[in-house]
Design a protein around this ligand. Structure first.
Ligand code: CP
Ligand code: NVA
Length: 292
């Protein structure tokens, strides 16, 4: 049975701890591993991406492998070939398969048939690779994870769910503040849910947000901007967090919506390190996946 990363629940605390330590080593010595020597990793994108594509493509090359970028229209999948048959053929050629798509079920189906590792590069439900980079960034900033508190402010979406899930595995307390109708579900057992952003950020070491309109939510964009208007990270909200608190965002940012320019480009941001740490954390993940 190949190792997979569909939600992040596949990782024990010990796995996660080892993976984050390995990511730190790889950040210091980016070309020190040849874990994918001469092997190909398929990266299937059914949705747009900047960071995930850049970090995986560059990361696979740094591990001495070949990244094969595939968009939906490149595959017979787009003409009705089944997910299972696609998985069978992928397994004959590549060392691992990353997928960015909407339905979590597609990933489940693929991983049920694939005999090589399958990993989630973002679905409607989860974004575990983002959470790995987020935890790596928190470790860098605070020297450890256990006992940290992170407040997530905004839409209870895929990014919030993965942060809650993997944060809990690492011993981080995650508090999620959302308005009615946007509450985190299916991850909620791992996080404390509140409505008031000020309550969420009290005592928090990091204040995290994500876009109000995720990919696939475009039809309700205007409604969302109205409903989430009070869930913006600005300096006043950050001032209510613990002294030394950092601002986090998975990006892409919509300046003036979920975050102000003063925070995004200001002295308290950890955001651009999060974007860089995607590559280091995912290289450690790829090593873990292919060594299973
Ligand atoms: N944070 C993130 O996954 O960014 P992209 O959508 O640009 O890959
Ligand atoms: N929640 C966002 C994250 C983008 C990286 C989305 O799914 O579009």
């Amino acid at each position: 049975m190949a190792r997979h990363l569909l939600t992040g629940s596949e990782l024990t605390r010990a796995d996660l701890d080892a993976l984050l330590r390995r990511a730190e080593q790889l950040k210091v010595a980016p070309h020190s591993s040849r874990a994918l020597d001469g092997r190909t990793v398929a990266l299937i994108f059914e949705k747009p991406s900047t960071r995930t594509r850049l970090s995986f493509e560059a990361g696979v090359v740094e591990l001495a492998g070949h990244p094969m970028i595939l968009h939906r229209g490149d595959l017979q999948l787009s003409r009705g070939e089944s997910v299972a048959d696609t998985a069978r053929v992928l397994s004959r050629h590549v060392a691992a398969v990353g997928v960015r798509t909407g339905p979590d079920e597609l990933l489940k189906e693929l991983s049920a048939v694939a005999v090589v590792p399958v990993f989630n590069m973002l679905t409607a439900g989860h974004h575990p690779c983002q959470a790995l980079a987020d935890l790596m960034t928190l470790r860098e900033r605070f020297g450890g994870l256990h006992g940290l508190r992170v407040a997530y402010v905004g839409d209870g979406n895929n990014v919030a769910r993965s942060l809650a899930l993997l944060g809990a595995t690492a011993g981080v307390e995650v508090v999620v503040a959302s308005p009615p109708g946007y509450t985190l579900n299916g991850g909620a057992d791992r996080a404390r849910l509140v409505e008031d952003p000020a309550e969420a950020v009290r005592g928090a070491h990091a204040v995290y947000t994500d876009v109000w309109v995720s990919m696939g939510d475009e039809a309700t964009a205007e409604q969302r901007r109205g409903d989430l208007a009070a869930y913006r990270i600005d300096d006043a909200l950050l001032d209510r967090a613990a002294p030394g608190a950092v601002a986090m965002h998975c990006l892409p940012a919509h300046v003036g919506e979920e975050i102000t320019a003063a925070v995004l480009y200001g002295p308290r941001e950890a955001i651009w390190d999060q974007a860089e740490n995607r590559r280091h954390a995912q290289k450690a993940l790829l090593e873990w996946l292919v060594s299973g």
